[in-house]
Write a protein of this length. Structure first.
Length: 306
């Protein structure tokens, strides 16, 4: 949290990362196919309410939208009920870092120099030399350029989890939400990505397929910088439909902690070191921001022109 403050400044009331965002609601309809791997209630045939949030990576809530910024979709299934599932995903094929220390070091190395408007190339070069795993991950990411908008982005969990079925069989799984619609072209101005998203959701709901990728022996389970082979088996587990979008505020996703370790019976974490670190810092950020004064979101949904 102090690292984000040193890089992006202090913005009370906002998340320390992914500070800029909008709240959404909808539902997930499971087709039951996922029950082969997991006894989680959300994967049983039926409909589950969902609360969520689209956001951009970075700690400044007023940052301008840029196409290359990592986009996030965070979801809480069955929010408010005893059994929940929360996940925070990115539109990247792999995560840039394999450890909390690597993430922290990259954060500091990427601090923008006010004189140039760019990170110090010497600092970034030194970081990549010290972290070849990130250099390799960035090469993979560059092979998958971002799509024009939020609506046509595939959002991946990136970390490995274990799905446990009724027989007690544990299977390594990575998941992704694959879009069912194209996106509007990017707009202009500070909210060039968010404004088209708002317009698109006003016209009709947006949908993503939940695809479960099944790991095999030898696949990396503890390193999110390493992709799994493309030929791994996938299972279509159901359809996510997002129906409403609104400015962040009291009572919606603004105040939800999308802790990736809030898991239902039937989904268990791996020992990927990023998971426990994310859970801890998400909780610390939540505790801090809920006690701070709130400022208006930079994305005011009602002010977006048709």
């Amino acid at each position: 949290m102090e690292g984000f403050r040193s890089v992006f400044g202090f913005h009370p009331g906002f998340r320390r990362n992914h500070a800029k965002g909008v709240a959404v609601t909808g539902y997930f309809v499971s087709n039951g196919n996922g029950r082969e791997l997991s006894k989680a209630a959300v994967l049983a045939p039926g409909r589950t309410p969902v609360i969520g949030r689209f956001s951009l990576s970075g700690g400044h809530p007023g940052m301008a939208d840029v196409p290359g910024a990592a986009r996030s979709l965070a979801l809480a299934f069955a929010f408010g009920e005893a059994t929940q599932w929360r996940t925070a995903m990115l539109n990247l094929p792999v995560f840039p870092d394999s450890s909390p220390q690597g993430f922290y070091d990259r954060l500091l190395a990427s601090k923008v120099d006010p004189a140039t408007g760019k990170p110090d190339p010497t600092a970034m070069s030194a970081f990549l030399t010290a972290h070849p795993e990130t250099a390799a991950a960035m090469a993979v990411i560059k092979q998958h350029p971002p799509t024009p908008g939020f609506a046509d982005s595939t959002f991946r969990g990136l970390n490995t989890f274990f799905f446990v079925n009724e027989a007690g069989v544990r299977t390594p799984v990575r998941w992704a939400f694959v879009p069912m619609q194209p996106a509007l072209p990017a707009g202009i101005g500070t909210n060039a990505l968010f404004d088209p998203l708002v317009r698109q959701m006003r016209r009709s709901p947006l949908r993503w397929r939940l695809m479960l990728t099944v790991g095999s022996a030898g696949d990396p389970l503890l390193d999110a910088t390493l992709p799994w082979p493309a030929d791994r088996r996938t299972i279509d587990a159901g359809l996510l439909t997002l129906t409403n979008i609104e400015t962040e505020g009291p009572g919606n996703a603004r105040d939800v902690n999308f802790d990736p370790l809030v898991l239902p019976d039937g989904i268990e974490p791996s020992d990927d070191p990023l998971l426990s670190a994310r859970s801890a810092v998400y909780a610390a950020s939540y505790r801090a921001r809920t006690g701070e004064p709130k400022s208006p979101s930079a994305v005011q949904v009602d002010e977006v022109a048709p």
